[in-house]
Every structure is written in structure tokens, then in C-alpha cells.
Write a new protein. Structure first.
Lengths: 311, 338
């Protein structure tokens, strides 16, 4: 780096980590070392405290959600559709199925394209300017607010046609592509080159090598990457607000408005009824449980290493 | 590798100049070894790669074409006007831009110092045993959906804000003029707090990654000169990682600018440029969430799409800068699984 990182204040031979008992130093130097010692201790305390200040409320949120959700969850939640206003009971069965439909559409559209782009980056375009540009664009696209994807899907599929499950799926698919592209690329980059060369040396064509050797070797990592993207979009509400729109009843058609778990949670949370608030908490717990399972699986695979022993 | 293979095949063909393809060649072609299959596959993958450009360009084209009406009608005054009157057909984005900037920067002001502390703790001070569980928890928290944070904020944070924190702030910090007016519980400050909670995990984990990427030899050199641990962190680590840390903060800003659901649930949704932090506000993303599906009239819809366009362009620029900065620092270091 440009600045000299070795620059330290003049009395450097005075060991600042020592407690102020270093008597042989002059008064000024010893005062300075006391100051340095205290600043060091202060910063350590501040760093530990900020970690505590951050971790404690965050864990508290998690525990509170689990507590509220668990006390509101019952069998009816999984088997019934929402009850009319004023009646107790009811559940979010249609919303869970609806989320499944939307996420299925999103996965069907988003996963192949995402993996394909990742394969291009890792196997065909490695080191090229075009690949760098695609990689950068994917990272930037990753940060675009989800509600903007909703507008794009709205213009493409809803305008003049009406709200539909398909539009919700497309909005979520657009969000999945950049995430999957980047994880696929990273996972393929961990596949040792010798394996590819062995396949090519046996006369296997390149496309076959990519499909049966590279992708197959990296598949656990790629699958978990897809699950991570899936978990990320599973909780998305904003892009569904004006694409899938939500529905109080059963719906399986791709061309009609459909219920989704995050949408239902939102609608119930801002409603004035206690019974609906209860269902919102229960829905949140189900959503989080789903996402936690995915994230934990990813974590396990990531820590195990995709290719332990292979390289 | 592939080139040597094809040239080898080429030599073999030259050695046996028969008119009819050999049985071996037939066999290979039948199994997809022709150059056509390879080219098709490479082309298909390239197409997938280009689809990412396609998505960005498509979104841009759609947003511009759909907001033409409002762009034409209001021009630049759209960004200066505080009017938001669907009935009279008069629209201005200033209250939303102000609300978005206020909440995002307040959230950064709260989150960045804490995130730095967490990152320093995790990368320099943390016992190895604690490191994995803490980063696991932060990862989990980053994965909690926005609507769930919103639910929590709506039922827990808003009452705390209304009954405890709000009165406390107006009593002791009321002289600053920032905490005036009626405290509803919902408002700019509440939205900023939930935003800060939501962007903390991302800023701290990226900052930690960047600090870990600083070579150990830098730390050892500074320590060998007799520096205390903090002096080592300041001169050896933070100074080297500063560009990447700025990048991480800007990434957090990008997240905060586009955050929709949690903010919509606690900001109060009132299109006015607020002077007090207790006042309800509105952000670019939350006006879209609330009004887009109910917008009637072409001009209304077009104005909302223009707000989406502003949001898109701002987040593209912010994320572009941030990614560039983070890359400048972590480039060359191997990708880390955790």
C-alpha cells in the first residue's frame, strides 16, 4: 500500500503492552506508554462490547420470533385456508402451496440460466474481459432492490393481463440468476484442472467434460448454492406485491393471482386483528425454519469442502 | 489442451485421406464429439452469460419506456417538488428521496461503528472457538427475510420507541431539535434502527473478510516494532484495508437504500420532508410497495415507475462503486467458504 504501515510513534522501543510498572523509562515516556496501554485496553473493551451489543439483540429477535411462532403454530395452520374476518382459526395452507408454485417457476427459469452463466464464467471465459464484465454485472445486479425486479416483471407479464403466479415466478427468477451464477463459478473454480485434462485426454468432447466431470464434481457445492438462492428469494415479499398479488383462496393456475407465504405474513401483520397477527407470527416461523435449514446445509457443505481429497 | 487435441485429430485425418469417414470418426460423431456439439454448447453457455447483461438492459429499458410520460411532464422538477397528489395529478419525488437518504444514512451512522467493532473482534481478538458460532449467527441473521424483521419491528420495536426510547430521547436530547413533535412510535428513527439491524451483518462480515485478507506479515512487522495490539490493528490492518472497508460500508448503503418491506411497515408512510426524526416519512421503495398495485391513471403509474428508475440507477451506481472497491482489496486472495 502507499502509506508506510510500519510507521509507529517515536517512543517505540518502550514496550506499550507492559503495565505502567516500567520504572526505568523517563516520566514522559512512561506516561506515554500508560496512555498507549490504556488506549489498547479501551479499544479491546469497545470491540468486545460492540460485538455483545450486536449479537444480543439479534439473538433476542431470533428467540422472540421462535417463541411467538411456536406458541401460535398449530395443525390448522398447515391444513386450512385463511378464515374470513372475525372468525378464529384458519391457516396458510394455500399460501404455502402458492409459495411452492411461485418458487418452482422461479427455480425452473432461474437455476438453468444461472448455472449456464456460471459455467461460461468458469469454463469458457476464464480470464477474459467479457467474463469480468459479466461477473461485475452479476454482482451489481445482486444489489438491485427486489422491488425493481417486481416492476420489470409487472411490465413484462402483468400489464394488460392481470396479476399472475407466473409473473411472480419470473420476478424471483431474475433475482436468483446472479446469485447462482457466482456460486456456480466459485464452485467450478475449485475443481482441479487435472480432472478436466484427464477427461479431454481420453477424447471426451468439451461439452461432455463440462457436464459429466466439472459440474458433477462440483455438484454438492452448486446444489447448496442453488438452495441458498432459493432460500433468499423464498422470503421475498416486495417483488410479489404487484405480480403474484396474493389470494385468500386455493389457486393452482399460473395465470391467476396466487397466495404466497411472505405476502400473507405482510398482509396479516398490518391488519388490525389479533388472530391474524398470531397467524403472521406462525407464518414467519415456518418461513425462517425453511431458510435456516437451507443455510445450515450450505454451511455444512462449505465447511466440509466440496472436494476434500479430490485435489 | 483442447487445441492440442484437435490438432492431433487433424493429423490423424491427414494420415488417412479417405473420402468416406472412418468408423472411429462415425462413432465419435454419434457420441457428440463433433465440433458442432461443442460450439453449440459453448454458445448456449455464452448466451446464459449474456442473459445477465440482458436482464440489466431489459430492466433499464422497461423503466425508461414506462416512465416517459412523467419524465416528459415534470422533467427535473420531479426531483425538487414535494407534491404527491394523485387526484390533482401532481407528483414530486423529493419527500421519498429525502426519506430514503435520511433513513439510510442514519442507519449507516448507527451500524458502521458497531460493525467495525464486530469485525475487529472477529478478525483480531476472537478466540478461535467463538469465531465459527458468531459468524454462523450473523449469517443466519442476514438470511432472515425483510418481512419478518418488519413484523418484529412492528410489534416490538414500535412500542419500545413509543413508550421508552422516544420519551427518553426527547427529554435528554430534545434541545438538538431532532426529536420534536409527537412521537407515534413509527417514523424515520424507528425505520433507521431496523435498517441498521438489518445491514449490520452484511457490513461486519464483509469487513471481517477484508481484514483477514491483510497479510499476517504486516501485523507481525508492526508488532515487532513494539506496537500495542490496537496500534497494530490501526496501522497494520485498518490502514491497509481502508479501501475495502469503505466498499463494505457502501455495499451496506446499497442494501439500506433498496430495503422495502421492513421500512414500509414502520416508517409511517407519509409523503413529507420531515424535520424531526420522530416524524413519519416515506422512502422510494416503500411508496412503490404501497401504491404501485393500486395506482390508477397513466401519469400516476408513470411517476411511480420513474421512482423505480431512480432507485435502480442509484443502487446500480452505489453497488458498482462498492464492488469495485471490495475487489481492489480482496483480489488475489482465495475465496473463503466462511
Amino acid at each position: 500500500m502507499s502509506t508506510n504501515p510500519l510507521h509507529v510513534s517515536p517512543p517505540a522501543r518502550d514496550n506499550g503492552a507492559l503495565p505502567p510498572s516500567a520504572k526505568r523509562a523517563s516520566t514522559w515516556a512512561s506516561l506515554n506508554s500508560v496512555r498507549r496501554y490504556l488506549v489498547n485496553q479501551l479499544v479491546t473493551v469497545l470491540a468486545v462490547m460492540s460485538t455483545v451489543v450486536v449479537i444480543v439483540p439479534l439473538v433476542a429477535i431470533l428467540v422472540y420470533l421462535i417463541y411467538m411462532g411456536a406458541s401460535s403454530l398449530n395443525l390448522a395452520f398447515f391444513t386450512h385456508i385463511p378464515a374470513p374476518v372475525g372468525e378464529t382459526g384458519g391457516g396458510m395452507a394455500n399460501a404455502m402451496v402458492g409459495s411452492g408454485v411461485i418458487l418452482g417457476v422461479a427455480s425452473l427459469l432461474g437455476i438453468p440460466v444461472g448455472i449456464g452463466a456460471g459455467v461460461y464464467l468458469a469454463e469458457f471465459g476464464r480470464g477474459s474481459l467479457l467474463a469480468a464484465a459479466i461477473r461485475f454485472t452479476a454482482d451489481v445486479l445482486n444489489g438491485v432492490p427486489s422491488i425493481v425486479m417486481g416492476i420489470a416483471a409487472w411490465v413484462l407479464l402483468v400489464k394488460g393481463r392481470g396479476f399472475s403466479a407466473l409473473a411472480g415466478g419470473v420476478a424471483l427468477a431474475i433475482m436468483m440468476v446472479p446469485t447462482i451464477t457466482r456460486t456456480t463459478e466459485e464452485m467450478l473454480a475449485t475443481v482441479p484442472h487435472a480432472i478436466r485434462e484427464a477427461a479431454l485426454g481420453l477424447g471426451v468432447p468439451k461439452w461432455r467434460t463440462v457436464l459429466s466431470v466439472s459440474l458433477k464434481t462440483a455438484s454438492p457445492g452448486i446444489i447448496t448454492g442453488c438452495m441458498l438462492a432459493f432460500a433468499r428469494v423464498a422470503g421475498e415479499t416486495a417483488p410479489l406485491l404487484f405480480t403474484a398479488f396474493g389470494n385468500q383462496f386455493w389457486s393452482f393456475k399460473l395465470t391467476e393471482p396466487i397466495a404466497a407465504l411472505p405476502l400473507q405474513i405482510y398482509a396479516y401483520a398490518i391488519s388490525p386483528y389479533d388472530e391474524w397477527h398470531r397467524l403472521a407470527w406462525a407464518g414467519s416461523l415456518v418461513l425462517i425454519a425453511m431458510i435456516m435449514v437451507a443455510v445450515t446445509l450450505v454451511r455444512i457443505y462449505a465447511s466440509r469442502g466440496v472436494l476434500k481429497g479430490a485435489s | 489442451m483442447a487445441r492440442t487435441l484437435t490438432s492431433f485429430v487433424g493429423e490423424a485425418e491427414q494420415a488417412a485421406p479417405e473420402a468416406a469417414p472412418s468408423p472411429i470418426r462415425k462413432f465419435l460423431t454419434a457420441r457428440g464429439s463433433g465440433s458442432l456439439a461443442d460450439k453449440t454448447f459453448a454458445g448456449l453457455m455464452l448466451l446464459c452469460g449474456f442473459s445477465i447483461f440482458g436482464i440489466v438492459l431489459f430492466i433499464l429499458a422497461v423503466l425508461i419506456s414506462q416512465s416517459k410520460l412523467s419524465l416528459h411532464q415534470f422533467g427535473l422538477s420531479f426531483f425538487k417538488s414535494t407534491a404527491w397528489d394523485p387526484v390533482a395529478g401532481d407528483f414530486g419525488a423529493l419527500p421519498f428521496i429525502a426519506g430514503t437518504l435520511m433513513t439510510s444514512f442514519l442507519a449507516l451512522a448507527m451500524a458502521v461503528p458497531l460493525a467495525m467493532g464486530v469485525a475487529i473482534f472477529l478478525s483480531e481478538l476472537c478466540p478461535a472457538k467463538l469465531r465459527a458460532p458468531i459468524s454462523f449467527v450473523t449469517e443466519l441473521l442476514a438470511a432472515i427475510p425483510s418481512v419478518v424483521y418488519g413484523l418484529w419491528a412492528f410489534f416490538v420495536l414500535v412500542p419500545i420507541m413509543r413508550d421508552q426510547l422516544g420519551p427518553f430521547l426527547s427529554k435528554y436530547l430534545g434541545w438538538t431539535g431532532l426529536f420534536e413533535g409527537y412521537n407515534f412510535g413509527v417514523g424515520i428513527l424507528t425505520a433507521s434502527i431496523i435498517l441498521a439491524i438489518m445491514i449490520l451483518p452484511i457490513i461486519s462480515s464483509i469487513t471481517r473478510d477484508i481484514m483477514i485478507a491483510v497479510p499476517i506479515s504486516q501485523r507481525e512487522a508492526v508488532l515487532a516494532l513494539g506496537a500495542t495490539r490496537w496500534e497494530m490493528i490501526r496501522t497494520g490492518v485498518l490502514r491497509n484495508a481502508r479501501i475495502g472497508i469503505v466498499g463494505a460500508v457502501i455495499l451496506g448503503l446499497g442494501r439500506a437504500l433498496g430495503e422495502t418491506m421492513a421500512v414500509t411497515m414502520v416508517i409511517g408512510n407519509h409523503p413529507e420532508v420531515a424535520k424531526s426524526l420522530f416524524a413519519p416519512g416515506y422512502t422510494l421503495a416503500s411508496v412503490l410497495a404501497n401504491e404501485f398495485s393500486e395506482a390508477s391513471g397513466d401519469l400516476y403509474l408513470s411517476s411511480l415507475v420513474e421512482i423505480g428508475l431512480v432507485l435502480f440507477l442509484v443502487t446500480i451506481v452505489v453497488n458498482g462503486i462498492a464492488r469495485g472497491l471490495v475487489w481492489a482489496v480482496t483480489r488475489g486472495t482465495p475465496a473463503r467458504a466462511n
